[in-house]
Every structure is written in C-alpha cells, then in structure tokens.
Design a protein around this ligand. Structure first.
Ligand code: EPU
Length: 417
C-alpha cells in the first residue's frame, strides 16, 4: 500500500487546475445505462472511483472507452442487470445503477453496499421511492432485487435530503410512465449536473437545484456529449491547504458559484479571496482565525469539507465548534490530527477545536477519502515529516493530488510500500 511522505512547514504558492467533479461524474456515468447509444463524457477525473464505476458498467456489458479525461460509454450491448457485491462493497456509489437498470430493462439486482466508515448510510429511501413508482423490490441474499414492467410516475417525498437517493429516483423517473415529482430533493450542484446531462440525453426535467424536481417520463433517451462540472470539494480542499499553510494560490478551471459556503468560511477565517468566472485567488497573510461550522445539505457547509476545514481550525487562533449533522461517524480524522499535536474534543456530533501554534510531523493513517485530505493538509502545515498511510482512500477521489501540490511548492512524495 502506497504512503505519502510530506515535509511540512512551507506555504503553498502558485496556480493549480481543478479536475471534474467525482460526485457528478459517477452518477452521470451510471446515467449512460439509460440509453442504447454512445455517450461521450468529458472532464472526467482520473480516479479510482471512476475506474470502479467503469468496471461496474463493463460487468453489465457496456462498452467503456477511456481516453485521458474523456470517456465514451455505450450501454447498447448491456446484457446483465446485476451489480455484484465485490464491486459494490468497494464503492457505495455503485448503487446508482439501480434506478437506470430498473427503468430501462425492467429489472435490477444490485448488492446492498453494507457498512461504511463514516456512518450507516442505508439506501432505504432509494428503495422506498422506487416502490412508490410501482417496483416490486425484495432483499434477497444481500441483493436488492427490483422488478417493474414499466415504472409509473409518482409524487415522492424523501424522509431526509439524500444526494444519491435523489439521483437514483430522478434517473428512474426519466423513462417512467407519466410525471414524477421529487419533494425534499437534494439541491447539490452534482444533482443539477446530472439533471443537465440527462436533459442533454433527451430527458424532461425541471426544478433541479430546488427542493422540488419534476420529471416527465419519456419513451426513450438518446446518446450525446456532456462535460462534467468542476469539483467543488477538490477546489475547497486546495483552498484549505493554502489557508492553513498561509499561502497564496490561484485555482483555475473551477466554478466559484458552487462554493459560497466554503468561501464565506474561509473569508471569516481571514483569507482574502477574489473570484472570476472560472478562477479563485486566495491569500492568507496571517494565522487563520478559528471559525465554527455546521454541516448541512447544500447550500449550507458541505460535510465533504468538514475534515479539511477542521485542519485549518487546528492551527487557527482561538477555538471553534464544528458540528457534523449528515454522517454520525465522520470525525475519525480528529484522532489522527491529535497525533500531529491538534487539540480536539469530540462530544457526540460536535468537535471543539482549539487552535495550536504548531503541528508536528508524525505517522498517521487515512480512514476515508475526506479524512485523508485533511491529513494531507495537516502534513503540509506540520513541522518535520508526516507519513500518511493507506493513501488508497485519497486516490478514490483526488486526481494526482501530490502532483498538483508539488506544483504549488509542497514537498510531498509517494512511496510504494
Ligand atoms: N440516508 C438514509 N437513507 C437513504 C439515503 C441516505 O438514511 O436511503 C442518510 C445517510 O445515512 C446520511 C444522509 O441521509 O445520514 C445523507 O446521505 P446522502 O444519501 O445524501 O449521501 P450519499 O448520497 O450516499 C453523497 C456523496 C458523499 C457526500 C454525501 C452528502 C456521492 C457519490 N457521494 O453520498 O460524498 O458526503 O452525498 O453530501 O455523491 C465523498 O465524496 O467523500 C462522499 C462521501
């Protein structure tokens, strides 16, 4: 298993391009199952989760051709409707094939994802919504087995805001008979990007980005081309790294309009931020100020930014309360940050972070994707050498993070263990 070695203590300075959004790319790739023509996708980040999704689609029989950041998916030849446990257990987002397979082929067998490091993450809302659209769904031998001759449009009200739940139901509704309304829909930009991709394939969808999405089912969708939006979480992670190291960076190929909550919190922390249509400049001239955050569905502060922002608070002046409202076990990074000298007290879903003057390098272990990013940021700040183990978590969701960080002057290298 690879490790990252970081010699910390230098500010990040320079310009870095932001990749396409992982959490938009994955559902959009799965949406290609809805059509029997080829779909050309661009700005796809080269990540492990993307290759896992490609593997899931090829296992079903789709032809997947990747060429750098472009992928062509032809789901014409799909012969199987089963997403096996071995693939789904490595990536929960594989459950996103459920809606498309069921609505196009009338049947889907998708493994239940099982446990997860950051919280329970059940998929009951996906199942409940599909049942309301007329699907017969049984849980058998660890699989969700769904059948429906043709789904029928329905009014769906999810119990909580769920991103992939909204996405699965929206995809299923595109080929259903009649109108589907999803109330309490997730408003995340990735949901909007998926809706736009579906519209480019001929779907009739309005209201994406609001809590009420309306889908008119159509007989069939068609192939086309779509460019995935920039990754707001990767962008936010680089901004946290720049803020924590008191650096000066410019992000390009980014969409600042999707990042208000993160930018506001970084400004509160003392960062000078300027934005253009597709760039963000951040300058942090002094020690950051501790800033309280509370995660919540978009447009509030993203749970996927909580860990990285915690690292900024770890070296800030003052103390801040951070509350995690989305996942019940998403503070695993705190214990690792403490190994670097951070002062964090966890009680239930809140963390009290007291800023310290300095962190010092140590060996730490990544436990999930965003936790890994927070440890990388901490390693960049800490004096001396930080070794980050289990980097495969990072590779799931960040394209060439260490290469990009080196462009910004970081001393970071990967060693194969
Ligand atoms: N929930 C249920 N039942 C459901 C669905 C969700 O109880 O059927 C609960 C979850 O347990 C959680 C809350 O609802 O407490 C919200 O979960 P959501 O369904 O929104 O999460 P997700 O769709 O599984 C996506 C992202 C996550 C991101 C969350 C929240 C993808 C592929 N994943 O997950 O991204 O944290 O939304 O914004 O889009 C990451 O990229 O590191 C990551 C974990």
């Amino acid at each position: 298993m690879d490790k990252l070695l970081i010699q910390g203590g230098r500010p990040l300075v320079g310009e870095v391009p932001i990749s396409g959004a992982k959490n938009a790319a994955l559902p959009i790739m799965c949406a290609c199952l809805l059509v029997s023509d080829a779909v050309e996708l661009s700005n796809i980040p080269m990540l492990r989760d993307v290759s896992t999704t490609a593997k899931v689609l090829s296992t079903l029989g789709a032809r997947v051709q990747a060429n750098g950041n472009e992928i062509t998916i032809d789901a014409g030849p799909v012969t199987s409707v089963e997403a096996p446990y071995d693939l789904v257990k490595t990536m929960r987002a594989s459950v996103l094939v459920l809606g498309p397979l069921l609505t196009r082929f009338g049947e889907a067998r998708v493994s239940l994802p099982g446990g997860c490091a950051i919280g329970q993450r059940p998929v009951d809302q996906h199942i409940r919504g599909l049942r309301a659209m007329g699907a017969d769904i049984r849980i058998e031998q660890g699989y969700i087995h769904a059948k429906a001759t043709r789904l029928t449009g329905a009014r769906l009200i999810t119990d909580m805001v769920t991103v992939t739940g909204t996405e699965n139901l929206m995809m299923a509704a595109t080929l259903a008979d009649g109108e589907t309304v999803i109330e309490n829909a997730a408003r995340e930009p990735e949901v909007v990007d998926l809706a736009n991709a579906l519209i480019a394939m001929g779907a009739s969808i309005s209201g994406a980005g609001t809590p009420r999405i309306v889908i008119q089912g159509v007989e069939r969708l068609h192939g086309g081309a779509y460019r995935v939006q920039p990754d707001r979480i990767e962008a936010g992670s680089f901004l946290c790294a720049a803020a924590a190291t008191r650096g000066q960076v410019r992000l390009v190929d980014v969409d600042p309009s999707l990042m208000d909550a993160t930018l506001d919190k970084l400004r509160e922390a003392g960062a000078r931020i300027e934005v253009g249509k597709d760039w963000i400049d951040l300058r942090m001239m002094a020690r950051p100020l501790a800033v309280g955050v509370r995660t919540a569905p978009y447009p509030a502060f993203a749970t996927d930014m909580q860990a990285q922002f915690m690292t900024v608070n770890c070296v800030a002046e003052g103390a801040a309360v951070m509350t995690e409202t989305i996942f019940e076990n998403r503070f695993m990074h705190a214990l690792e940050l403490e190994r670097l000298g951070a002062d964090i007290t966890i009680e239930g879903n809140t963390a009290l972070v007291k800023g310290v003057e300095k962190l010092s390098g140590a060996t730490v272990m990544a436990t999930d994707l965003r936790a890994s990013a927070s440890l990388v940021v901490a390693g960049l700040v800490a004096e001396g050498q930080t070794t980050i183990e289990r980097v495969y978590h990072l590779d799931r969701g960040y394209e060439q993070m260490e290469v990009k960080l080196r462009r910004l002057g970081a001393q970071i290298e990967r060693v194969a263990a």
